[in-house]
Design a protein around this ligand. Structure first.
Ligand SMILES: C[S@@+](CC[C@H](N)C(=O)[O-])C[C@H]1O[C@@H](n2cnc3c(N)ncnc32)[C@H](O)[C@@H]1O
Length: 205
């Protein structure tokens, strides 16, 4: 059977209300990631959440008094419709990545559980670095599917979608090859029975 497009799978999840389950399941990791991203901040910043699902992280980031613009992008029409239904004034775009680019660069690129759905995630990292991020900006990218998380290794088959499986070392190299500096990898949201979300952090000089 041919693989499904991940965005079709997540549109189905949006229809079934499973976006709320993801929101709950990812919350601990994302809260730690936003701390790493220095939120709350003390000066104005702009941000984008990539693979934003129902937009819950956009709304969280948007609560920061110093957030002057927050954008969400996702390839699932249904997820973005949901985001807009929860936040009519929010700025959300439906776009299949990597074939889209924002109108300006941002101070912060956040992403949770999106990157490995791409066939060439390394190229997306380079695009984030070269085009989407301002000089002096930072990115925080969380993924639960990676080689060291053995429990995640059967997900692609179970869901019948493509997942790019990389080790922590390979992700670190991909961040460095993309041009990021001060790269660090963290395990966040660790709890009993879960080795943690791999949070990759990088800056643009
Ligand atoms: C596991 S969900 C995570 C959603 C959200 N970040 C969260 O934490 O609730 C992955 C999201 O990435 C989106 N996605 C997957 N592949 C994509 C692609 N090529 N372009 C744009 N979005 C994509 C899906 O539609 C889905 O909403």
């Amino acid at each position: 059977m041919s693989l499904r497009d991940a965005t079709d799978l997540f549109s189905e999840w949006a229809d079934k209300g499973k976006d709320r389950g993801m929101e709950k399941g990812h919350a601990n990791s994302v809260h730690e990631m936003l701390k790493i991203a220095n939120l709350p901040r003390k000066s104005n910043f702009t941000a984008i959440d990539v693979g934003c699902g129902n937009g819950w992280v956009c709304r969280l980031i948007g609560e920061d008094d110093f957030c002057s613009r927050i954008v969400g992008v996702d390839g699932s029409q249904k997820m973005v419709e949901k985001a807009k239904s929860l936040d009519a004034d929010g700025e959300y775009y439906v776009a299949k990545l990597p074939h889209w680019k924002p109108d300006t660069a941002f101070d912060l690129i956040h992403s949770m559980e999106f990157l490995y759905y791409l066939k060439e995630p390394e190229k997306m990292l380079k695009i984030f670095h070269d085009i989407w991020l301002k000089s002096g900006g930072m990115t925080v990218i969380g993924i639960d599917h990676y080689l060291e998380n053995e429990d995640s290794l059967d997900w692609a088959e179970a869901l019948n979608v493509h997942m790019s499986t990389r080790s922590e070392k390979q992700w670190e190299k991909a961040m460095l090859d993309a041009g990021f500096v001060d790269v660090s990898l963290h395990r966040v949201g660790v709890k009993d029975g879960f080795v943690g979300t791999l949070a990759m952090v990088g800056h643009k000089s």
